[in-house]
Design a protein around this ligand. Structure first.
Ligand code: AMP
Ligand code: MG
Length: 544
């Protein structure tokens, strides 16, 4: 199992599977009250997506198939008592805003007011969910406000849209905290991601059945303002393609190419670029131990960003078979070790959607899948070699796969193990199992296991020294602080009890993941026993 980490997936030649469209959705949701004007009158939003692509202007939130349009005009539903809980000053700066501006913009960030120039919209897209074509999905609770400084602003949890189906268009505080913290943690780790500008509590309750076991409860509601150059998804292309609306597909493609890939000539070139970016993204996830949890094609970014933080998780022990998502507990399609193969499967779905723009030439699609494999193998090998401070030479793949197999044998904390390597490198070539790595074990490893580990580490030490690696170089590749599931849960529990200090402390820590942060050892601990089977820590439902 562990040997699949570096490899991208099955070798070519891959079957090209075309999807059949099936549109679902019925039921009814309430409509929008009026909005106030924006408190920052000089703030002006615009939207290339809205002005350049066909939209549906009906303002009818009844769930319905939306055809011939890539977005629907919607209005955020105002909330009772918005309060800013977290703001990311560096994201504000990207937008040309100060933290004081963000505070002043709370009515806009809560959906209670509209900025000048804003045409709020819900994007229309489809997607493959858990391997099956799901038809039209769309932004059921995300509302685009427009762009500032080239970045789109989007409110997640701001009320229903025509794509909400039977759901309420809202988000709970716990999932909003998870989205805010993880997008920022990922960014500071260097992983491409959508960002989070602000987390606002709405002052309203939202009812959720956390474990889907017939126990719905009221929870505090919240809205995250997400920020990205674009929220275009693979599924944005899949929907018009599945409906045989080639004219709309062409418009969407022309827009995407000119706005985001102006240097690329055609659909084949864009597909190759998206394949490369996706491959590099997934390689990066693997290297930090991030498990997305729901790699459906509606959650795959055309820009190669980590998108849609739901039941994601961080591997505590190095377990290729682990997924945090309880909805996927049986098949474990989106488990850590399967992410590389799923990334390629998803690129294939995008390629199938783009076939009409590539002269229906399946060889072009197969070439893109090969490109994915090449890009993944290169990126993954480079990342793991950098984490180990050794050369990515002909023997490297076998060498690192030996480590993966060993790490998977007994419960071993991935983050602690890799971070601990710098201390081992500083010492003489190990002749007994290094003390610096012992805290990484969750249990007591047997002598035979330690002996095998020592044999590998001894070879590693020699190679890393020979390659001139330094402890500082290793520490710059192996984070000390990642957003461990139990840390997020601890911050959520405290916030629910009215104490937001843990949340702020955790946000501070994840902004400097590679630095030693004296006094913050708590945030570098392996998973405590209380968190082993606690919902939200080792397993997460999609209820959010
Ligand atoms: P996700 O798995 O979170 O990416 O969501 C899948 C689909 O369900 C997307 O179209 C979401 O917009 C929609 N969705 C999820 N939660 C809600 C909600 N509370 N209200 C409306 N739509 C939702
Ligand atoms: Mg989604």
């Amino acid at each position: 199992m562990a040997r699949t980490i570096v490899r991208a997936g099955p070798p070519v030649k891959l079957p090209v599977r075309r999807a059949a469209a099936r549109v679902t959705g019925d039921g009814c949701v309430p409509r929008t009250p009026s909005l106030h004007s924006c408190p920052m009158s000089h703030l002006h939003l615009s939207s290339r997506f809205v002005t350049q692509l066909p939209g549906d202007l009906s303002l009818d939130n009844a769930p319905r198939p939306v055809k011939g349009a890539l977005w629907s005009k919607v209005a955020p539903t105002p909330v009772a008592a918005p309060r800013l809980v977290l703001c990311a000053p560096d994201v504000a700066a990207l937008l040309g805003l100060t933290p004081a501006d963000v505070e002043a913009l709370v009515p806009v960030l809560a959906g209670n007011a509209l900025a000048e120039g804003s045409t709020p919209f819900a994007a229309n897209y489809g997607g493959h969910q858990f391997g099956n074509w799901a038809g039209q999905l769309g932004d059921g609770r995300a509302i685009g406000l427009g762009e500032l400084n080239g970045y789109e602003l989007q409110l997640k949890g701001a009320g229903p849209t025509p794509y909400s189906r039977r759901a309420d268009g809202r988000a709970v505080l716990r999932s909003s905290i998870r989205e805010f913290l993880c997008s920022e943690a990922m960014h500071h780790l260097g992983v491409p991601t959508t960002r989070a500008l602000a987390l606002v509590k709405t002052g309203e309750d939202v009812v959720r059945d956390l474990l889907y076991d017939g126990h719905p409860e009221a929870e505090p509601g919240a809205i995250v303002c997400r920020v990205a150059p674009s929220f275009l998804r693979f599924g944005t292309f899949e929907l018009p393609a599945a409906r045989d609306d080639v004219a709309l597909l062409q418009k969407l493609f022309d827009f995407t190419r000119t706005q985001y890939f102006p240097e690329l000539p055609d659909a084949e070139a864009v597909l190759h670029e998206v394949a490369r970016r996706t491959a590099r993204l997934v390689a990066h996830w693997q290297a930090v131990g991030f498990v997305h949890g729901v790699m459906n094609t509606d959650n795959m970014s055309m820009l190669g960003l980590t998108l849609d933080y739901g039941p994601y998780g961080w591997t505590d022990d190095f377990n290729p078979g682990w997924t945090p998502n309880t909805t996927d507990a049986r098949e474990r399609r989106y488990r850590y070790g399967n992410q590389p193969a799923v990334g390629m499967w998803n690129v294939e779905r995008l390629g199938v959607a783009l076939l009409p723009l590539m002269g229906d030439d399946e060889a072009k699609l197969e070439a893109a899948l090969l490109e994915y494999q090449r890009a993944f193998e290169t990126a993954a090998a480079d990342r793991w070699a950098a984490k180990l401070g050794v050369k990515n030479d002909a023997d490297f793949i076998g060498f690192v796969n030996e480590l993966f197999a060993w790490l998977g044998e007994v419960e071993t904390d991935m983050t602690l193990f890799f971070r601990g390597l710098s201390a081992v490198l500083k010492q003489a070539q190990p002749t007994r199992f290094p003390d610096a790595l012992r805290p990484a074990f969750y249990g007591e490893p047997g002598e035979a296991h330690l002996a095998r580990g020592l044999a590998w580490l001894s070879r590693w030490w020699h190679q890393a020294r020979h390659a001139g690696a330094t402890a500082a170089q290793l520490d710059a590749q192996n984070p000390k602080y990642v957003l461990r599931n139990w840390l997020a849960q601890e911050a959520i529990d405290a916030a629910h009890a009215g104490d937001e200090s843990k949340l702020r402390a955790l946000y501070q820590v994840v902004q400097r993941p590679f630095d030693e942060q004296p006094g913050q050892e708590h945030f570098a601990q392996k998973r405590p026993e209380w968190a082993r089977n606690r919902p939200g820590c080792s397993s997460l439902s999609c209820s959010s």
